[in-house]
Design a protein around this ligand. Structure first.
Ligand code: UD1
Length: 422
C-alpha cells in the first residue's frame, strides 16, 4: 500500500487545475442506462470511484470506453445483459445505488445490493426506495438485495415529498421520472450543483425537466431519451480543498475553473477567517491576508456549507487564532479525522455532532491514518502546515476522489511525495 509523505513548508504559489466533479460524474454515468444511444461525458475526473462505476455499468452490459487519458467517457447501453448490481461492486461504493432508478425506468426491473453502512455513518437508502415506490415500483428486500419491478405499463409520475434532503435520492428519482408516464414533482429536492448538472445532461438527452437548483423539480416523462455529449461540472469539493492549501500555508494560488457560486457559503467562511478569494478570468485566486481567525461552521445541504469540506476546514481551524465550533448535521460519524489531527498537536474535543477546535501556534508532523476520502485530504493539508514530516497511510481513500494530488500540490511548491509502504 502506498503512503503520502508531506513536509511542512512555507507559502505556496502558482495554479492548480480543478477536475470535473466526481459526484456529478458518478450520477451522470448511470444516465447511460436510460437510452440505447451513446452518451459522451467530457471533463471526467480520473479516479478509482469512476473506475468502480465503469465496472458496475459494464457488468450490466453497458459499454464504457475511457478516451483522452480518461477525460472523456464514451458510454453506450444498447441492450442490458444483466439487471443485477452485485454486492461485490456495490459494497465498494455507495453511489452504485444510482443504477436502480434508470434500470427500473427503462426495463421495468432491477436488482441492486443494499450498500450497507460506511465509515461516516449508517447512510440508509430508504428515501431512494420510497420515491420509486411512489412511482409505482414494487420493491422486495431480500438476500441483501432490493428486487424492484415497475408496473406493467412502466413507472408513473408522482408527487414525491422528501422528508429530508438527499442528493442521491433526488438523483435516482429524477432519472427514473424522465421515462415515467406523466408528471413527477420532487419536493424538498436537493439543490446541489451536481443535481443541476444531471438535469442539464438529461435535458440534452431529451428529458423535460424544470426547477433544478430549487427545492421543487418537475419532470414530464417521455417515451425515450436519446444520446448527448455533456461536460461534467467543476468539482467544488476538490476546488474547496485546494483553496485551503494557500489558506493554511500562506501564499497565493489560482484554482483554474473555480467559481464562487459553487461554494458561496464556504467562501463566506474563508472571508471571515481572513482568507481572500477573488474571481479571475480563469478561476479563483486565494491568498491569506494576515493571521487566520477562528470561525464557527455548521454543515448543511447546498447552498449551505458542504459536509464534504468539513474535515479540510477543520485542518485550517487547527492553526487559527481562537476557538471554533464545527457542527456536523449531515452525517453522524464524520469526525474521524479529529483524533488523527490531535496526533499532530491539534486541540480538538468532539461531543456528539460538535467539534470544538482551539487553534495552536503550530502542528507537528506525525504518522497518521486516512479513514475516509475527505479525512485523508485534511491530513495532507494539516501536514502542509506542520513542522517536520507527516506520513499518511491508507491513501486508497484519497484515490477515490482526488486525481494527481501529489502533482497538483507540487506544482504550487508543496513538499509532498507518494511512496510504497516499507
Ligand atoms: C452525496 C455525496 C456525498 C456527500 C453527500 C451530502 C455522491 C456520490 N455523494 O452522498 O459526497 O457527502 O451527498 O452532501 O454524490 N439519508 C437517509 N436515507 C436515504 C438517503 C440519505 O436517511 O435514503 C440520509 C443520509 O444518511 C445522510 C443524509 O440523508 O444523513 C444526506 O445524505 P445524501 O444527501 O443522500 O448523501 P449521498 O447522496 O449518499
Amino acid at each position: 500500500m502506498d503512503q503520502i509523505i508531506v513536509r511542512g513548508n512555507g507559502p505556496l504559489s502558482g495554479e492548480i487545475p480543478i477536475a470535473g466533479a466526481k459526484n456529478a460524474c458518478l450520477t451522470l454515468m448511470p444516465a447511460t442506462l436510460l437510452t440505447d444511444q451513446p452518451l459522451t461525458l467530457t471533463n471526467a475526473p480520473r479516479l478509482s470511484d469512476i473506475r468502480t462505476m465503469t465496472a458496475l455499468l459494464q457488468s450490466l452490459g453497458a459499454e464504457v470506453a475511457s478516451l483522452q487519458d480518461g477525460q472523456v467517457l464514451a458510454l453506450s447501453s444498447h441492450a442490458l445483459t444483466s439487471h443485477r448490481a452485485d454486492y461485490d461492486i456495490v459494497r465498494k461504493m455507495r453511489a452504485s445505488i444510482l443504477v436502480l432508478g434508470p434500470m427500473l425506468a427503462r426495463d421495468g426491473r432491477a436488482e441492486v445490493s443494499l450498500p450497507g453502512g460506511c465509515a461516516i455513518g449508517a447512510r440508509p437508502v430508504d428515501l431512494h426506495l420510497r420515491a420509486l415506490e411512489a412511482m409505482g415500483a414494487e420493491l422486495d428486500l431480500r438476500d441483501g438485495y432490493v428486487h424492484a419491478r415497475a408496473p406493467s405499463g412502466g413507472l408513473k409520475g408522482a408527487v414525491v415529498d422528501f422528508p429530508l434532503v438527499s442528493v442521491g435520492a433526488t438523483e435516482n428519482a429524477l432519472m427514473a421520472a424522465t421515462l415515467a408516464r406523466g408528471t413527477t414533482v420532487l419536493q424538498n429536492a436537493a439543490r446541489e450543483p451536481e443535481i443541476v448538472d444531471l438535469a442539464r445532461c438529461l435535458r440534452a438527452m431529451g428529458a423535460r425537466i424544470e426547477g433544478e437548483g430549487t427545492s421543487t423539480i418537475t419532470i414530464e416523462g417521455t417515451d425515450s431519451l436519446h444520446g448527448a455529449t455533456h461536460p461534467v461540472v467543476t468539482d467544488r469539493i476538490e476546488l474547496g480543498t485546494y483553496m485551503l492549501a494557500p489558506a493554511i500555508c500562506g501564499g497565493e494560488v489560482e484554482c483554474l475553473g473555480g467559481r464562487i457560486d459553487l461554494l458561496s457559503a464556504f467562501c463566506e467562511k474563508l472571508d471571515e477567517a481572513g482568507i481572500s478569494v477573488s474571481e479571475t478570468p480563469r478561476g479563483l485566486k486565494v491568498g491569506r491576508r494576515n493571521g487566520i481567525r477562528a470561525v464557527n461552521v455548521t454543515t448543511k445541504p447546498f447552498p449551505g456549507f458542504p459536509t464534504d469540506l468539513q474535515a479540510q476546514f477543520m485542518a485550517l481551524m487547527c492553526v487559527a487564532e481562537g476557538t471554533s465550533v464545527l457542527e456536523e448535521t449531515i452525517f453522524e460519524n464524520r469526525f474521524m479525522h479529529a483524533p488523527e489531527l490531535t496526533r499532530m498537536g491539534a486541540r480538538i474535543e468532539v461531543h456528539g455532532g460538535h467539534a470544538t477546535v482551539t487553534g495552536v501556534d503550530g502542528l507537528r508532523g506525525a504518522p497518521v491514518m486516512a479513514t475516509d476520502l475527505r479525512a485523508s485530504v485534511s491530513l495532507i493539508l494539516a501536514g502542509l502546515a506542520a513542522e517536520g514530516q507527516t506520513t499518511v497511510s491508507r491513501v486508497y481513500h484519497l484515490d477515490r476522489g482526488y486525481e494527481h494530488v501529489v502533482r497538483k500540490l507540487r506544482g504550487v511548491g508543496a513538499h509532498i511525495e507518494r511512496v510504497k509502504e516499507e
